[in-house]
Design a protein around this ligand. Structure first.
Ligand SMILES: Cc1cc2nc3c(=O)[nH]c(=O)nc-3n(C[C@H](O)[C@H](O)[C@H](O)COP(=O)(O)OP(=O)(O)OC[C@H]3O[C@@H](n4cnc5c(N)ncnc54)[C@H](O)[C@@H]3O)c2cc1C
Length: 406
């Protein structure tokens, strides 16, 4: 069976891996000249298996006017028809019942991913700096602490290993927090969450797939259109060329809807922009991943470097304000953790990417209404974390072992 995977981000390349495991001949196509040039390039690098809370929740509704008015430094919102339509669907998910179902669905997928990535690491000889660093989410005050109690309990009773710790316990777990300026009364600690660079993973896995499984990568090649005949996938149209195959899987992250819209199969995905800066470690860098919730930023230790990532801007596919937004994020990071990184270093790597967000924070994985056409997209803030489980599921579905419900 010949399968075309469209998109060579962490999701597409992991999908190719599981398809090859199931005996498929695979061609991966990406318009970029290398793999992992989209959201998978410079994300926060966290395998956040237990931080799966859906963004749409009842408490979020009261924050929306402030977000639109620009009162939250970690977010910029520019209303346009696409955001209004997505936002209405998002509002429909802001009930306790839906939040619980969405959070648990993603948690189950994340926990399966943790097992699958362990299996993949044992089976494939690639090094990508995987480290079970643990994760601390700092809670600024009692209200912030109270707000997470039910979510922590829910996830604990459903298989996640995490707990609320006092500020003193958090300091024992991560002593460099004593050099943070941020006030916190407690933290959520998840010892099993890990850190690893998804760009390095995707590149090394793709190299290994080329060499050992004969998977073909067509890079620098845009898929212009997906052609179907009588409700069955026929071919992908490339620049002046086309490629027929038995099946195709759209793994185009935030851009997935563009390809699927003409087929009336577009999932509800909004591109939510976030940023990262990778800096040399400072005098007191954290070893554990740290989230400063109030400031919407995270700190991840990658070897001798620290990656600061965060912010969530709703401004379509615009990149116009990247320089100012990255400067603002670095300013926040420096004020929160002045000794975590060398903020003056000349060799800083700044980056911006689009999270493919769905209104319910659940990815869309499986069949479409067109036979032979599948999707694996919409992983939002957790695409690196969920990649293995989602890819495993869609590969089963393509090879006829699942119903393919998305
Ligand atoms: C600031 C930030 C921090 C994040 N932190 C984390 C984190 O710590 N942990 C985590 O789990 N997740 C995190 N994420 C989310 C994660 O990065 C994404 O969910 C994930 O990378 C999505 O992977 P993908 O392969 O679906 O999409 P992408 O990596 O965006 O890949 C999509 C690919 O499709 C290609 N493409 C699009 N259209 C076409 C076409 N027509 N023809 C050919 N190719 C096409 C693009 O070139 C691109 O390479 C973060 C995201 C951001 C922005």
């Amino acid at each position: 069976m010949h399968v075309v995977v469209i998109g060579a981000g962490v999701v597409g390349v992991t999908t190719a891996y599981y398809l090859a495991q199931r005996g498929c001949r695979v061609t991966v196509i990406d318009r970029a000249h290398d793999v992992a040039e989209g959201a998978s390039h410079g994300n926060a690098a966290q395998l956040s298996y237990t931080f799966t809370d859906a963004m749409a929740r009842p408490e979020f509704v009261a924050k929306i006017p402030g977000l639109i008015a620009g009162l939250d430094v970690g977010s910029r919102v520019r209303m346009d028809p696409a955001l209004v339509s997505w936002g209405l669907r998002f509002l429909g998910q802001c009930t306790r019942k839906k939040w619980t179902a969405n959070t648990l669905a993603v948690l189950q997928m994340a926990l399966r991913s943790a097992n699958l990535i362990a299996e993949l690491r044992a089976a494939v000889p690639i090094e990508f700096g995987h480290r079970t660093a643990g994760k601390l989410v700092l809670l600024a005050d009692e209200a912030a602490r109270d707000a997470v109690v039910s979510s922590v309990e829910l996830k604990k009773t459903n298989g996640a290993l995490l707990r609320i710790v006092s500020a003193d316990e958090a300091l024992d777990i991560e002593p460099s927090l004593s050099a943070f300026n941020d006030e916190f009364v407690a933290a959520v600690y998840s010892p099993t969450d890990a850190v690893a660079d998804s760009h390095v993973f995707t590149r090394r896995l793709s190299d290994w797939l080329r060499a050992s499984d004969g998977i073909e990568f067509l890079l620098g090649t845009e898929v212009r259109k997906i052609r179907q005949n009588d409700g069955r996938f026929a071919a992908v149209e490339l620049d002046g060329d086309e490629m027929e195959a038995d099946a195709a899987i759209v793994c185009c992250g935030a851009w997935s809807a563009r390809l699927l819209r003409p087929l009336r199969e577009a999932p509800p995905i909004y591109p939510v922009r976030g940023y990262s800066v990778t800096l040399p470690a400072g005098a007191a860098p954290p070893t554990v991943s740290v989230t400063a919730l109030r400031h919407r930023i995270v700190f991840s230790r990658l070897g001798d470097r620290v990656r600061v990532a965060g912010f969530a801007d709703f401004d379509g596919f615009s990149t116009r304000r990247d320089v100012a937004r990255i400067a603002r994020m670095v300013e926040s990071a420096r004020s929160v953790a002045p000794h975590a990184a060398d903020y003056e270093a000349p060799d800083q790597r700044a980056w911006g990417g689009f999270r493919p967000m769905t209104p319910d924070s659940r990815p869309r994985v499986g069949k479409t209404g067109i036979d032979g056409l599948y999707i694996n997209t919409g992983h939002g803030i957790l695409g690196w974390t969920l990649a293995c489980a989602a890819a495993h599921d869609v590969a089963l579905c393509v090879t006829g072992h699942d119903t393919g419900e998305t």
